[in-house]
Design a protein around this ligand. Structure first.
Ligand SMILES: C[S@@+](CC[C@H](N)C(=O)[O-])C[C@H]1O[C@@H](n2cnc3c(N)ncnc32)[C@H](O)[C@@H]1O
Length: 277
């Protein structure tokens, strides 16, 4: 499988641990995240596990550790893990700050579970040799693998409804040519699954490129229920899950914006691929 916007790479890792795929190409532009995956594939999982277990986490110790600039890749990976666990929302982008109250008012230590984290890193040694990590532009890597019929892609691009400003707060690399991404997906000979925020402009692009869509309910970090948009070539297999549904076509009137449900067939992004239910 290919995960061109890997971040924490949960889908690649799950697919590898569950033996759903033989190998995974994980791509990520961010330097800090890249250091983590480079260390994992470079055989440093046990070192990272030990570093996590031995670190005495206080606000002062984190500040001191993060102020070290001339560090090697594995130490940079450790710094990334520290930031992810102690910064608000785990956000690494500029402007992010330390957790103030955290979970149960435990402040900076509230998301620091050293034993669990260490075990997770140590477990990664079981699959590390099946990961190919590349710190490159995910779009180029999609193009490189798109001709392979036996390659599957999980695509979770940086996108936040609300445009650049919102995306900017979450990721250092937030700007992406989404139209080009959709065009590249059309060229994929294997299969792909793409996830986005449920935004009108995304649905318009998906329809224009002839893809199907489904909405999946999920809880965000504030425990509010929202819907994640899934885009793909043929998503009829998802219809056996009752909570999953197709997005409604939206019409905008001058006075107000309202959702108008239309009849079955017009809801389908690609009429050539009828919905099976
Ligand atoms: C929505 S997140 C992916 C989250 C991921 N699914 C996970 O499990 O954590 C998007 C990621 O794409 C990265 N990114 C942004 N532009 C990129 C590009 N052109 N090529 C590769 N990665 C990119 C961002 O740094 C960010 O980590």
């Amino acid at each position: 499988m290919v995960e061109p916007f890997a971040g924490g790479g949960i889908i690649s890792l799950t697919a590898l641990f569950e033996n759903l795929v033989t190998s995974a190409v994980m791509v990520e532009l961010d330097d800090d995240i890249g250091a983590v995956w480079q260390s994992v594939v470079g055989g440093q999982t046990k070192w990272l596990a030990r570093r996590i277990l031995e670190f005495d986490l206080t606000k002062d110790s984190v500040i001191k550790e993060l102020s070290r600039k001339d560090v090697d890749v594995k130490e940079k990976a450790f710094q990334t893990i520290l930031k992810n666990r102690t910064f608000h929302g785990g956000i690494l982008a500029e402007g992010s700050g330390f957790l103030k109250h955290g979970e149960n008012g435990k402040g900076i230590r509230s998301r620091w579970y050293p034993a669990t984290l260490a075990r997770r890193f140590s477990d990664l040694s079981m699959i590390a040799d099946r990961i190919c990590f590349r710190q490159e532009d995910g779009l180029d890597v999609i193009r490189e693998y798109s001709h392979l019929k036996n390659a599957v892609f999980f695509i979770d691009p940086p996108y936040t409804a609300g445009g650049k400003k919102a995306g900017n707060r979450l990721y250092r690399h937030f700007s992406l040519d989404h139209d080009r991404l959709f065009a590249l997906c059309e060229g994929i000979k294997g299969d792909f699954l793409m996830t986005y925020d449920n935004a009108d402009e995304v649905k318009i692009m998906a329809r224009r490129h002839g893809f199907q869509m489904r909405l999946i309910p999920m809880n965000n970090t504030h425990h509010a229920t929202m819907e994640e948009l899934v885009v793909g070539n043929d998503l009829s297999w998802m219809d056996r899950y009752p909570a999953v549904h197709e997005p409604k076509v939206e019409y905008t009137t001058k006075s107000k914006k309202r959702k108008v449900p239309t009849s079955g067939s017009t809801l389908i992004a690609n009429p050539r691929r009828p919905r099976i239910r």
